[in-house]
Write a protein that binds this ligand. Structure first.
Ligand code: PBG
Length: 350
């Protein structure tokens, strides 16, 4: 009887944990002291959709709280963003006119150059990033010139019909980057996954004495279903096929590192991985292997998904949005492009 009790005592003792990580979770202040990752306004970049017209803020249905805005609405918006302490915006333009070569992208009076002037007038301290891609400007919705017989002077019979003409597109990217930089963009962000885009844009900018303009490359951009709502927001769905001949296969991590290596070699100043949530391993791997500042894009579908679940009462909007943002930062992103940017900064202040 006595022996049995002794046995029980010893085994209870042995079960008592020596290491108790829970000690550090007991008080809110203590949790703050040991917190490894924090979000600040400096982490964010806010995307803006700009269009021609007057006095309009058109709600984007699939992205609650986001709008297409006319240029006259940008001054207020830019001041608000700057007042929140968010350092930068990235611009997406909805042009008045679309054609096979996306000519409005390199029109100095086009939508993005006009918007850049308006933002810089209202909030000169705000960094303006120009998303450099042709999909918003082409009538077919692809990110460059498409090889179509007789459609334009770029038709190349040796290349497949429907192929995105890489090198012809590079020339247009160079022109458009110069135009956006001359309008006052601080950073050009090529997002089309066109081979050679970083090197070409760097050379073009330098050739126009624009050596001070940075390049933030969408180095590893995946062909993702999470861009769905953006295509409504930017009015840029491809009219045929999809973007898989230039954007990356979601299955490939090693190839993402190859893409990054190429953009680094071509002179990129900052890197980006996109989307974010389904690609945290890529963010983490790029962070570990490269020393350049790294951005992650929490894309339209990631935003829409959280909002939709919250609208149904299935998730807590603020909690889940902040949790996904901290996850992206913890994975290794220095900057997060997010439609939640303004809300997140307000939530962090509460
Ligand atoms: C343009 C571009 C896209 C996004 C950013 N730049 C669309 C696409 O590649 O299809 C997506 C952003 C988002 O979904 O929030 N190339």
């Amino acid at each position: 009887m006595l022996i049995d009790n002794e046995k029980q005592r010893i085994s209870a003792e042995q079960r008592r944990p020596v290491l108790r990580p829970r000690r550090l979770r007991l008080h809110p202040a203590l949790r703050r002291m040991v917190r490894e990752t924090t979000l600040t306004p400096d982490d964010f970049i806010y995307p803006l959709f700009v269009r021609h017209g007057h006095d309009q803020r058109i709600p984007i249905k699939s992205m609650p709280g986001q709008f297409q805005m006319t240029v006259d609405k940008l001054a207020d918006e830019a001041r608000q963003i700057a007042a929140l302490g968010i350092p930068a915006v990235v611009l997406f333009g909805i042009p008045a006119h679309k054609d096979a070569c996306g000519t409005d992208n390199y029109n100095p009076d086009g939508i993005v150059p006009t918007a850049i002037h308006a933002i810089k007038d209202a909030a000169p301290e705000l960094i303006v990033i120009s998303d450099m891609c042709f999909c918003e400007y082409t009538d077919h919705g692809h990110c460059g010139i498409i090889n179509v017989p007789d459609d334009n002077e770029h038709y190349t019979p040796s290349l497949p019909v429907g192929y995105l003409l890489n090198d012809a597109t590079l020339e247009l990217l160079a022109q458009a980057s110069i135009v956006h930089a001359q309008a006052g963009a601080d950073i050009i962000a090529p997002s089309g996954m066109i081979d050679g885009m970083v090197g070409t844009i760097r050379a073009a900018l330098d050739g126009e004495a624009l050596e001070h303009i940075s390049i933030m490359t969408y180095a590893a951009k995946f062909s993702s279903g999470f861009y769905g709502p953006f295509r409504e927001a930017a009015e840029s769905p491809p009219s045929f096929g999809d973007r898989s001949q230039y954007q990356m296969d979601p299955a490939n991590a090693r190839e993402a590192l190859k893409e990054v290596a190429i953009d680094v070699a071509e002179g990129a100043d900052m890197l980006m991985v996109k989307p974010a949530l389904a690609y945290l391993d890529i963010i983490s791997a790029v962070r570990q292997q490269y020393n350049l500042p790294l951005a992650a894009y929490q894309v339209s579908g990631e935003y829409a998904m959280i909002h939709a679940a919250a609208a149904n009462g299935w998730l807590d909007l603020k909690r889940v949005a902040l949790e996904s943002l901290i996850g992206i930062k913890r994975a290794g992103a220095d900057m997060i492009i997010s439609y939640f940017a303004k809300d997140a900064v307000k939530w962090l202040e509460e």
